[in-house]
Design a protein around this ligand. Structure first.
Ligand code: SF4
Length: 242
């Protein structure tokens, strides 16, 4: 872990990365790709020491309330968060200034800050590894049980490009010997690697979402994520006041 002083914190679309790098170790992680120009080891987490000050400044000077998002590049609920607490501090500020918040995470550390209406981002599904009906069906059953609002899914597959492809293939060699060659034979250097079972799995996905009352129209879900609900709505109250 190392500290840096950042120049800004919010992107033009009101997204933020409180940390840079991730220690979850997903072998398919797109954030390793060279196009993101990370100049340190991916597992050597960069902490923006002035992130909270920058965020407060940005929130104070925003003319209109909106949703502030985090987690699209890097999972913010890495183990280090329990020590540093930047996500928690950011949430407190966002709440105090009356903004809304969206977060993408795969960590159950989020339970510390619970009460959040949930959308699942169902990706990636790894061809020849977990692209089975049983797996997708099981995930969808859990989503229904958890009463998620919606599931974002662009297809059953994953993306690979320079930087994360090499790492993914290295991991395949060590975890699934022989599978790298099958990937190369099937997909060469493609960026989008759809599962050969994509069509069937997507049919199953749409059918189960419809049965379970889960929204699976991506456009509708993104609109939902961008919608700032006035304080007093269930969505806002549930975060802090339950
Ligand atoms: S949690 Fe997300 S950012 Fe972290 S390694 Fe996995 S895919 Fe990458």
């Amino acid at each position: 872990m190392h500290y840096v002083t950042a120049k800004g914190i919010l992107s033009s679309k009101n997204g933020m990365n409180l940390y840079r790098g991730c220690s979850h170790g997903c072998i398919y992680c797109d954030s390793r790709s060279k196009c993101y120009h990370m100049d340190h080891d991916f597992e050597d987490i960069e902490v923006k020491e002035n992130a909270i000050g920058l965020l407060e400044y940005a929130l104070k000077h925003k003319r209109k309330k909106c949703m502030i998002g985090t987690g699209s590049m890097i999972d913010p609920y890495i183990p280090l968060e329990m020590e540093i607490g930047n996500v928690r501090k950011a949430l407190e500020l966002i709440y105090a200034y009356g903004f809304g918040f969206t977060v993408i995470t795969k960590s159950n550390r989020i339970l510390r800050d619970l009460g959040i209406p949930t959308v699942v981002w169902l990706t990636p599904i790894l061809p020849f590894i977990n692209d089975t009906e049983d797996n997708i069906s099981g995930i969808l059953d859990m989503c229904m049980e958890a009463k998620v609002y919606g599931i974002i899914c662009f297809g059953m597959g994953l993306t690979l490009r320079e930087g994360n492809r090499e790492y993914f293939y290295e991991q395949l060699d060590s975890l699934f010997p022989g599978l790298k060659e099958k990937y190369i034979r099937t997909y060469q250097n493609q960026y989008v690697l759809d599962s050969p079972k994509n069509e069937n799995l997507m049919r199953l996905f749409c059918q189960k979402c419809s049965e379970g009352g889960i929204v699976c129209n991506n456009r509708q879900i993104f609109q939902y994520l961008q919608t700032f609900e006035e304080r007093g709505s269930a969505a806002q109250l549930s975060l802090w006041e339950m």
